[in-house]
Ligand binder design. Structure first.
Ligand code: CTP
Length: 398
């Protein structure tokens, strides 16, 4: 669980400094205590007032003007940190860190901390690619510093190059994955599936379904944030961020079956959130089918049932998408597919489900326990499901 943890957010003097406000805001909203340390040049790009307003705490800008709350040695701040992140990090700050100098509050804190340090550089592409900067980065990487590479795009100079601060979602994903390392799923390997499979008819068309992949992604990222090693087998088109998650992309049910059967060999749990096609076209037309006739008949063949085929000593969680007799039908799937947990959702609900960020589910386990949850975000549903997974994994000694 990452709530209640402490992140030190270091901000240095780059045009991208304004983006740090977004990082501070999202971390704060997630219940994380954010201590902001700004270098003097950073305060020229964004006001400390903005940051302190966002995190609801004073911001440290100097070694010499500590507020009463910060009348502590920098060492105390460094010790309180679960993660230190510097975003954006300039070439100059990276050079100072590589040289081990401690001439401002940020470099002092980094030198004094034992927490993981994540660095997200942002600078002109020539500065970034300069061998001096690259040598500094290599030196820090060798010491265990975690870098979130800058991306290609339009730079402050108007030029296109590699130097833009990485996507905020990516930086947040890496922070979350580091914060979760000692969570209740630490040391467990979890395979999650997401999205709807697509069964091709011809080069243009396919048989698909309305699954967006949001529930599967929520489960994968929540499991990562609780310390699990996560493998995500995804048929979803869009995944917001997958930092620290191993992703295998698939399209069809057959590809998903193959990827899952490989993954489960070493997994402690499989969570099948994907909507797998039950049938696929028998024949694939290599060329686009022309509309010659008034009707067209497709012959469909049954696809493998991925969950049913998975055997072994691992915990199996399935979903049951039902439009009637929710609990009875979900129980049938629990028994029929030899599941440990089934998560039932009523697809007739119009306020949640496919494509939505919300879900209303009932969780049922093999011991007969049932919990009907109210409408909540898919992230919250994911954590509820994982609470059950944790209980059963440790109860069964898996
Ligand atoms: N599932 C699977 N392989 C399939 C079909 C479904 O592994 N070929 C998994 C789904 O990922 C889900 C569970 O089985 O976790 C139940 O899926 P659902 O579509 O609700 O049920 P089906 O078994 O397909 O049965 P029906 O469509 O008749 O309700």
């Amino acid at each position: 669980m990452i709530k209640g943890k402490t992140v030190i957010l270091g901000i240095t003097g780059s045009i991208a400094a304004y983006k740090a406000a977004d990082i501070a805001s999202k971390l704060t909203q997630a219940g994380i205590m954010v201590e902001v340390i700004m270098t003097e040049p950073a305060t020229r790009f964004i006001s400390p007032l903005t940051l302190s307003g966002i995190v609801g705490r004073p911001v440290v800008t100097s070694m010499w003007e500590l507020s009463s709350e910060f009348s502590i040695e920098h060492v105390t701040l460094a010790e309180a940190a679960n993660v230190v992140v510097i975003a954006p990090a300039t070439a100059s700050t990276i050079a100072h860190l590589a040289a081990g100098t401690a001439d401002d509050m940020l470099t002092c804190t980094v030198l004094a901390t034992k927490a993981p340090v994540i660095i997200a550089p942002a600078m002109n592409d020539n500065m970034y690619n300069n061998p001096i900067t690259q040598e500094n980065i290599a030196k820090l990487k060798a010491r265990g510093f975690i870098f979130v590479e800058p991306v290609y795009g339009r730079l402050a100079s108007g030029k296109i190059g590699q130097g833009r601060l990485a996507e905020i979602d990516n930086i947040l994903g890496i922070i979350r994955s580091n914060l979760g390392q000692e969570g209740d799923l630490a040391g467990k390997r979890i395979c999650v599936t997401a999205g709807g499979t697509k069964e091709p008819i011809d080069p243009v068309r396919f048989i698909g379904n309305r699954s967006s992949g949001k529930m599967g992604w929520a489960l994968a990222s929540a499991a990562r944030n609780r310390g699990a090693e996560v493998l995500l087998v995804s048929a979803a088109d869009y995944l917001p961020e997958t930092a620290g998650i191993q992703v295998v992309k698939v399209t069809t049910a057959a590809e998903m079956a193959k990827a899952v059967s490989n993954a489960v060999k070493s997994a402690d749990a499989l969570i099948m959130a994907a909507a797998v096609a039950d049938y696929r076209p028998k024949d694939y037309a290599v060329k686009k089918i022309k509309k010659d006739d008034t009707s067209l008949t497709l012959e469909l063949l049954k696809t493998p049932d991925v969950l049913m085929e998975v055997k072994g000593n691992l915990l199996k969680v399935g979903f049951a998408a039902e439009s009637e007799n929710l609990i009875a039908n979900a129980r049938k799937k629990l028994m029929g597919k030899k599941l440990d947990i089934v998560v039932a959702n009523n697809i007739a609900d119009t306020d949640c489900g496919f494509g939505s960020d919300l879900n209303r589910v009932t969780i049922i386990d093999k011991n007969g326990r049932v919990e009907a949850l109210p409408l909540m975000s898919k992230r919250e549903v994911a954590d509820k499901i994982l609470d059950w997974v944790v209980e059963l994994i440790f109860e069964g000694g898996i």
